[in-house]
Design a protein around this ligand. Structure first.
Ligand SMILES: Cc1cc2nc3c(=O)[nH]c(=O)nc-3n(C[C@H](O)[C@H](O)[C@H](O)COP(=O)(O)OP(=O)(O)OC[C@H]3O[C@@H](n4cnc5c(N)ncnc54)[C@H](O)[C@@H]3O)c2cc1C
Length: 401
């Protein structure tokens, strides 16, 4: 690789996971180059919007719980190292009904790993949290050890610590192409090429472009976050909406279309409650390049109407709305591992709208894979060659399903 500046590792994409990988690698004494299309901590990808839910009774699969435990430890270490508050544990309420995946999955995970939780019926939910109007057949898992994260502050903390440990972080430097060369990789931006022994691709919604050769069946969803101002009443004043009184929540219902999630008023009395649809008819497929960032009046009324079913006091007054992207894998499990055809390339993508809470542990996993090609963390379910991603592991010309 003569002629190119050369590093032990280059991380492409310094968003949620790339910033964590850069920090972890640099902290281990690895010489790291980080390349990012936009500025540090931006709102063009998937890591913005002021808050992310963190929870342990994981309805997506009880197998995630050991990783979540490591993630919680990692968040505490990051907070300490950076000297910032990133996590607020205000509790989590996962409302569903008998037989629906969110309720049954959350309860199964809590029971399997003996996570502290309570099961509440509709009366129990109303009694504990009077602003909620659950459906009559509702059942919920209430978990204390859940809450929210501050994504922009977390990415900033990881970038600052990475730089403090010597990582060379370069912004406004989109990577145009990469290729493997003897013993390493070559990565090219508009104005130059860089050499490294290892390449970590953490490109979020742009992963399908940078990993085009793999033909992973990833799809990108346009996902809008809405901040809606509730009307305060003597029975439900501002205080009813703050951390001590309101958990993060997710509701799926036999009687209400689309599953909704939201947060209390974590940005003060005029900041609104952030809500969004996790699954629902108005969610559209896109690509990162073609993303429509305009939020329509129809979308706003569909979402505020849906939110009002659960929280009747939630008004229609929108404080703001912003667009984000989910990068979906067909089975909604992450894609993390060594590139099936190039052992010097590590990939992490397809976080399917639930990845942020895992940022610290995924940073460690990526550093392990970079340094040793393996990790002690249980990542078999994220294998880039697993069946739902490719029925013929190693095949590169597979059409998208
Ligand atoms: C609306 C919404 C709500 C969510 N809620 C939750 C939640 O409550 N809890 C939870 O755990 N998760 C949640 N998530 C999911 C979580 O935020 C994502 O899984 C996570 O942010 C994905 O991180 P990433 O690093 O893959 O992508 P990003 O953070 O977008 O980082 C990718 C980076 O790569 C850069 N890049 C791309 N291509 C190139 C290139 N060619 N050259 C250089 N740089 C490049 C991009 O600019 C970007 O900075 C939510 C996501 C959204 C959108």
């Amino acid at each position: 690789m003569a002629g190119h500046p050369s590093y032990d590792a280059v991380v492409v994409g310094l968003g949620s996971f790339g910033s964590a990988a850069a920090r972890e690698l640099a902290g281990r004494g690895v010489s790291v180059l980080g390349l990012e299309s936009f500025g540090p901590v931006h709102d063009r990808g998937s890591g913005h919007g002021g808050s992310r839910i963190i929870r342990q009774s994981y309805f997506e699969g009880a197998d995630y719980v050991p990783l979540l435990r490591h993630a919680y430890d990692g968040w505490r270490r990051l907070e300490q190292e950076a000297g910032v508050d990133l996590v607020t544990l205000c509790g989590g309420l996962y409302i569903g009904a008998a037989g629906l995946p969110i309720f049954t999955g959350a309860r199964a995970a809590a029971e399997r790993w003996r996570l502290p939780h309570e099961v509440l019926d509709a009366d129990g939910i109303r009694e504990r949290f009077p602003i909620f109007a659950p459906a009559e057949d509702a059942l919920a898992v209430w978990e204390q050890n859940a809450g929210y994260l501050r994504p922009e502050a977390a990415i900033r903390a990881n970038l600052e610590l990475a730089a403090a440990h010597g990582a060379d972080l370069r912004f406004e430097q989109p990577v145009i192409s990469w290729r493997t060369v003897a013993g390493g990789v070559e990565v090219t931006t508009a104005d130059r090429s860089y050499g490294a022994d290892r390449l970590v691709i953490t490109a979020g919604a742009w992963a399908p472009v940078l990993l085009d050769d793999l033909g992973l069946p990833l799809t990108v969803q346009r996902q809008v976050m809405y901040w809606v101002q509730p009307g305060f009443t003597p029975a439900a004043p501002y205080q009813a909406y703050v951390d001590q009184h309101l958990p993060v929540f997710i509701e799926e219902s036999t009687q209400r279309a689309g599953s909704i999630y939201g947060f209390g008023m974590i940005d003060g009395p005029d900041g609104g409650m952030k809500v969004g649809l996790h699954h629902g008819a108005i969610i559209r497929e896109t690509t990162a390049e073609a993303l429509d960032r305009t939020v329509s009046d129809t979308e706003i009324s569909v979402v505020t109407d849906r939110a009002r079913q659960l929280i009747p006091a939630i008004g229609s007054r929108l404080v703001r709305a912003t667009v984000c992207m989910y990068t979906m894998a067909p089975d909604e499990d992450f894609v993390i591992g060594v590139h099936p055809e190039h052992q010097q390339v590590i990939i992490a993508c397809g976080f399917s709208g639930h990845g942020f809470k895992f940022v610290p542990v995924v940073g460690e996993i990526l550093a392990d894979l970079c340094q040793r090609g393996a990790t002690e963390r249980p990542i078999a379910m994220f294998d880039p060659c697993r069946t739902p991603l490719s029925s013929d592991p190693g095949r590169t010309d597979s059409p998208l399903p």
